[in-house]
Design a protein around this ligand. Structure first.
Ligand code: UT7
Length: 323
C-alpha cells in the first residue's frame, strides 16, 4: 500500500477586465496579427487597481474548496506558487489562510516563477507522502501585469493575471500507475541561465522592478527541456506517452506547447490549451488550465495528466498524475 496525493477539487479565478490584443495597438508598435501568430495569445485578464495576488488566490481557493466539498478548517497546509506577492513578506499563503478564516495548519509560498505550480505540487506531494500533511490547498496566483514595462513590446503583450487552485488529499493506493493521485515528479533548475528571464527589482534596488526576457533564448530552452522533463516524469511513473490522456502545459506560447506535444508524440487533441484567453499567467497557468479543462469536460476522473513548465532561473519540471 502506498500513500498518494489525490486531487479532490479544482477551481480558478480570473479578474473581470479582459484586454484584447487590439488594446496594445494603440500604445505600441505591434499588431493583433503579430501577437497571435508569434504567441497564440488573443486576450488576457488584468487585475483591477488595488486587487492583489492574495485576493485572486483566495477566490481560486474558495472555488477549489467548494468543488472538493471541503471546509477551510479541514485543510492543514496551504502552498501558494507566486512570483508576485502582495508584499515581500509575509507570504501570500498566510494571507489566504487568514482570509479563509483558518487558525490552524501552516502556509508558505513557493517561488519558481513559471515552474512554480509544478514545484508546489511536488512539495505538496512530498508532505502528503511523508505524513506531514493530509489535505493541502495548492494555489498558483499571479499579477504579472504589475511587473510589465509597458514600453517593451517583446514582453508586455505576453502576460496576464489570474489564479487557480487544487485541493490534494492523502489516499491509499496500490503503488501502481493505476492509482489515482500524483504518480511522479521531476524538477530541475540551472542558475547559470538567470539572466535570460528576470525582474530587475528587489532588495538590490529597493523597487519592484520590471520583467526582462531574452525571448528567443528562453524559447529554445523551453522546446528542448520541456519534452525531456515530461518524458522523465512519465518514465518514473511507469507510463508511456500513448497512455497520456491530457498534457496540461504551462501556457506561455502556443508554438512551445505545440512543439513539446510533437516531441512527445501526443496529438494536440490531447493538450489543454488556454493561452489564447489567459496569456502567460506564470505559476497560475497550469491550475487555471486544469480548472478550465475540467469545466470544458476535457479532464475526467481516472485520466492521466502530464504537466510541464519552465521559467526564470531557469527552473523547470513535470508532474504526472491520474485525476
Ligand atoms: O513563461 C516563461 C517562459 N517564457 C516563454 O516561454 C517565452 C518564450 N519566448 C517566446 O514566446 C517568443 O520568443 C516571443 C513570443 C517572446 C517572441 O517570438 P519570436 O519568434 O522569438 O520573436 P523574436 O523575439 O525573434 O522577434 C522577432 C521580431 C523582432 O524584430 P526584428 O529584430 O526581427 O526586426 C522583434 O523586435 O519581432 C519583433 N517584435 C514584435 N513585433 C511586433 C517583438 N515583439 C513584438 C511585438 N509586436 N509585440
Amino acid at each position: 500500500m502506498t500513500t498518494r496525493a489525490v486531487v479532490r477539487g479544482v477551481g480558478h479565478y480570473l479578474p473581470d477586465r479582459v484586454v484584447p490584443n487590439s488594446e496594445f495597438e494603440t500604445m505600441l508598435e505591434t499588431s493583433d496579427e503579430w501577437i497571435r501568430s508569434r504567441s497564440g495569445i488573443e486576450r488576457r485578464h488584468f487585475a483591477a487597481e488595488g486587487q492583489l495576488t492574495s485576493d485572486l488566490a483566495t477566490r481560486a481557493a474558495r472555488a477549489a474548496l467548494a468543488d472538493a466539498g471541503v471546509d477551510a478548517g479541514e485543510i492543514d497546509t496551504i502552498i501558494v506558487a507566486t512570483s508576485t506577492p502582495d508584499l515581500t513578506f509575509p507570504s501570500v499563503a498566510t494571507m489566504v489562510q487568514a482570509a479563509l478564516g483558518m487558525e490552524r495548519g501552516f502556509a508558505f509560498d513557493v517561488q519558481a516563477v513559471c515552474a512554480g505550480f509544478v514545484y508546489a505540487l511536488a512539495q505538496a506531494n512530498a508532505l502528503i507522502i511523508s505524513g506531514a500533511a493530509t489535505r493541502v490547498l495548492v494555489i498558483g496566483a499571479e499579477t504579472f501585469s504589475r511587473l510589465m514595462d509597458w514600453t517593451d513590446r517583446g514582453t508586455c503583450v505576453l502576460f496576464g493575471d489570474g489564479a487557480g487552485a487544487l485541493v490534494l488529499e492523502a489516499a491509499t493506493g496500490a503503488g501502481t500507475s493505476d492509482d489515482r493521485g500524483i504518480l511522479a515528479t521531476d524538477l530541475h533548475s540551472d542558475g547559470r541561465f538567470k539572466d535570460l528571464l528576470y525582474v530587475d527589482g528587489g532588495t538590490a534596488t529597493g523597487t519592484t522592478g520590471h520583467l526582462r526576457m531574452q525571448g528567443k533564448e528562453v524559447f529554445r530552452h523551453a522546446v528542448e527541456k520541456l519534452a525531456e522533463t515530461a518524458h522523465a516524469a512519465l518514465d518514473k511513473a511507469g507510463l508511456t506517452p500513448e497512455q497520456v490522456d491530457w498534457i496540461v502545459p504551462h501556457q506561455a506560447n502556443l508554438r512551445i506547447i505545440t512543439a513539446t506535444a510533437q516531441r512527445m508524440q501526443v496529438p494536440m487533441e490531447n493538450v489543454v490549451v488556454t493561452v489564447q484567453d489567459h496569456g502567460n499567467t506564470s505559476a497560475a497557468s497550469i491550475p487555471l488550465a486544469m480548472s478550465v479543462g475540467r469545466q470544458r469536460g476535457q479532464i475526467k476522473q481516472g485520466d492521466v495528466l502530464v504537466t510541464e513548465a519552465i521559467g526564470g532561473g531557469l527552473a523547470w519540471g513535470s508532474v504526472v498524475l491520474r485525476w
